[in-house]
Design a protein. Structure first.
Length: 306
């Protein structure tokens, strides 16, 4: 975060394409040499640690999308939206193969918001959603062995009697037991009874041990950060910075609320980390890159740059 925030903004702009390309290559290598954990192949084993490439790619994907949307050659054409859609589709195809539906939905939501802010017609967004839903339905229909778990989670979400709701029920019980002030540090049992509680159910663990007041405060902090970023966008005359900051803020908030929604059973179960707080080196690295980019684009009145 510190390194990215202090790099000269002009140099950082030149590094967007190379950094995105490297991240995309890592993501493309996952199906070939990736490590499978609990039925999902999402990690690369890099000697000292396991890297989840999508966590690193997410912020650079937003910047790459904005770079396409602000290209001078494509300024007055609709081709820029098609090219950015192709970019999204290429990443989503690799994610679906892992499979990682949660990150796919996060990227889709962030892309739609970024493109919408750039001034795209609602007709194009409607067409995109139609293509996305049709593609997802086709995957569920033609490849039930690989993607049947999505249907199971949706069925269980809408009808709790039809499936295993152990994780969701345990998270809700933990939040309920924690009350407003919590059970005390280290006194929670959720982290020991639910798989991946240290990553996917962090807000429930926090609620159980420290209380719902602390969890609400954490959500408010994320909202305040997003508010400050969006407020800064009004001072930006440069379209690249304006769209980039909007997209990065969207990425941060969507990820936070998907995590909180899963923990409180407002959304179907999906693996989604909470930025900065969930365990995992890749998640922390991706969050740090995102924060570094935001700091870089806002610290020195970057709207004065051409």
């Amino acid at each position: 975060m510190i390194i990215i925030s202090v790099i000269k903004t002009e140099l950082l702009l030149k590094l967007v394409i190379p950094l995105f390309s490297i991240s995309f290559i890592f993501l493309a290598l996952v199906p070939i040499i990736g490590v499978e954990v609990k039925g999902a192949k999402r990690w690369l084993d890099i000697y000292f640690f396991r890297l989840q490439p999508i966590e690193i790619l997410k912020p650079f994907f937003i910047l790459m999308t904005v770079k396409i949307l602000t290209l001078e050659k494509l300024k007055n054409t609709q081709l820029k939206y098609f090219l950015s859609f192709i970019l999204l589709a290429s990443v989503i195809i690799l994610l679906i193969d892992q499979p990682d539906l949660g990150q796919s939905i996060l990227l889709v939501g962030s892309w739609v918001t970024t493109v919408f802010i750039s001034g795209v017609s609602l007709i194009y967004i409607f067409i995109f959603f139609s293509i996305f839903l049709l593609s997802l339905s086709s995957l569920l229909f033609f490849l039930p062995d690989k993607f049947g778990y999505i249907i199971n989670r949706l069925v269980t979400f809408f009808d709790p009697t039809q499936g295993d709701r152990f994780q969701s029920s345990s998270a809700l019980d933990a939040i309920r037991l924690g009350g407003l002030t919590g059970q005390g540090m280290g006194e929670g049992i959720l982290k020991e009874s639910v798989p991946e509680a240290h990553t996917d159910y962090v807000i429930a663990v926090i609620s159980e041990e420290y209380g719902s007041l602390v969890s609400i405060m954490i959500i408010i902090i994320f909202l305040y950060i997003a508010f400050r970023i969006i407020k800064n966008c009004f001072n930006q005359d440069n379209e690249f910075f304006k769209f980039s900051l909007s997209g990065l803020a969207t990425l941060l908030i969507f990820q936070t609320f998907i995590h909180a929604g899963v923990n409180t059973n407002l959304l179907p179960t999906t693996g989604m980390t909470l930025p900065f707080l969930s365990y995992g080196g890749s998640s922390l690295m991706g969050s740090a890159i995102l924060a570094g980019l935001i700091l870089n684009y806002t610290k020195n009145k970057t709207y004065l740059y051409d």
